[in-house]
Design a protein around this ligand. Structure first.
Ligand code: SF4
Length: 408
């Protein structure tokens, strides 16, 4: 077991480290948690300090997860893109009469879930826009319809924004509403719509319609009801480093109280088609830089050490090549195969709709790590020590696009 930087980093490099960064990394290696200011210092690290940060993050990953990197076979079902919340960063939402407005009825949602199950999925991930005409019982009907057809599939569904909307429509408390959804078959929830838990930043991004406090309240209630959730941050827009460390701190405090987060997923702001980016007055960043992306994953690994074991990379936002790099920055999970992806694509992401288990395993092996298929709650289903996952074609044909070209 390593508890000093001297065991991880050569003497010549150690001598060049900034004394504060040295102290913070030593502190985390000795088992103490780092505070917000210290996280900010790590986010600002450069050169040798930055490489020392990656070393420690990678060490913690190995200590917690060994050499295994996981993924889940799942399918995204975005049942509607109609939404009247008007978040300024969002290019997914359409107006009800837009020609590209979509609405999937229950039969189609169940058909997609069945198709995913038949292709080996253990999970469906269901989220949609806040459609103004959404029937009050629709979320529970989705759960009941899928569970009737496929009782064993795990339903990971409904962001805190949707829970806020559904509870209001049904005039129910969050506790009663979530309890009912759980009884109808909800297995866990995405901790999306967190963006950044800061009133000023949220006011710009989402007009603070779902406030920071409400997000926290819904997440804590979900955990209390027995529903695990993911946790996320969306960064690289109008935010600053201090917003990042405050956000991480809030997530860590919740985890200490509830232990309900399964993982932390940094989500890079995809600027290309985002209306926010094109608002000239706001000086919006074009997403995080590559170095910031590496830092976000590495600092998260250190900041959440012993509290959140899984740091997930979002391949839809970053693409397989960056995923490969991030496997050396504290990441131990590649998320879902998805089969259908529309949210990141609407924002301008170009990494396709599906990364198959076979492809994920190739990326993982390229970094001398062992791929494993997991379920939603991180139980391992199969570890691919010596054999590969079954090869299959993506559900949506890719034509000439090959996301794995960088490995060929
Ligand atoms: S981010 Fe979600 S809630 Fe906000 S406008 Fe887009 S779909 Fe609606």
């Amino acid at each position: 077991m390593i508890n000093s930087l001297r065991d991880l980093i050569e003497n010549d490099t150690l001598k060049k480290l900034n004394s504060n960064i040295y102290r913070i990394l030593e502190k985390s290696l000795s088992g103490d948690e780092i505070n917000k200011k210290e996280a900010e210092a790590l986010f600002s690290s450069e050169n040798d300090d930055f490489f020392a940060l990656l070393k420690v993050a990678n060490y913690f990953r190995k200590e917690v997860n060994g050499n295994i990197v996981t993924y889940v076979i799942n399918r995204n079902i975005n049942f509607t893109n109609v939404c009247h919340m008007g978040c300024r960063f969002c290019n997914f939402a359409k107006k009800i009469n837009d020609p590209d407005a979509e609405w999937l009825n229950l039969n189609e949602i169940v058909r997609r879930a069945r198709e995913a199950w038949d292709r080996g999925a253990t999970e469906v991930c269901i989220q949609g826009g806040l459609h103004p005409k959404l029937p009050g019982k629709f979320y529970r009907d989705i759960l009941l319809s899928i569970k009737k057809e496929i009782p064993s599939i795990h339903i990971h569904a409904f962001s805190p924004f949707e829970i806020w909307y559904g509870a209001a429509k049904n005039k129910m408390s969050y506790f009663d509403y979530l309890t009912d959804l759980k009884e109808c078959g909800l297995g866990s929830m995405p901790g999306t719509a967190a963006e950044i838990l800061d009133v000023k930043v949220r006011n710009i991004l989402t007009k603070n319609k779902l406030s920071s406090d409400e997000w926290v309240k819904i997440i804590k209630t979900a955990h209390k009801v027995g529903l695990k959730t993911t946790s996320t941050i969306m960064y690289g827009h109008v935010d600053e480093i201090k917003n990042w460390s405050n956000h991480l701190f809030k997530i860590r405090e919740i985890q200490k109280e509830t232990n309900g987060f399964t993982e932390f997923i940094p989500l890079s702001f995809v600027y290309k088609n985002s209306p926010l980016f094109h608002e000239k007055k706001l000086n919006v960043k074009a997403g995080p830089t590559d170095i910031e992306i590496m830092k976000m994953h590495a600092v998260s690994r250190i900041f959440f050490h012993k509290l959140i074991d899984n740091i997930q990379v979002s391949w839809t936002k970053l693409g397989p090549k960056k995923v490969q790099i991030l496997l050396d920055c504290g990441v131990n999970d590649l998320g879902g195969t998805l089969m259908n992806e529309s949210i990141s694509r609407s924002a301008g992401s170009q990494f396709g709709q599906e990364l198959t288990g076979f492809e994920m395993a190739r990326i993982i092996r390229s970094k001398n790590k062992i791929p494993a298929q997991r379920d939603t709650l991180y139980m391992k289903k199969e570890i691919f020590n010596t054999h590969d996952p079954k090869f299959y074609e993506p559900l949506v044909k890719r034509n000439s696009f090959d996301p794995m070209e960088f490995l060929n």
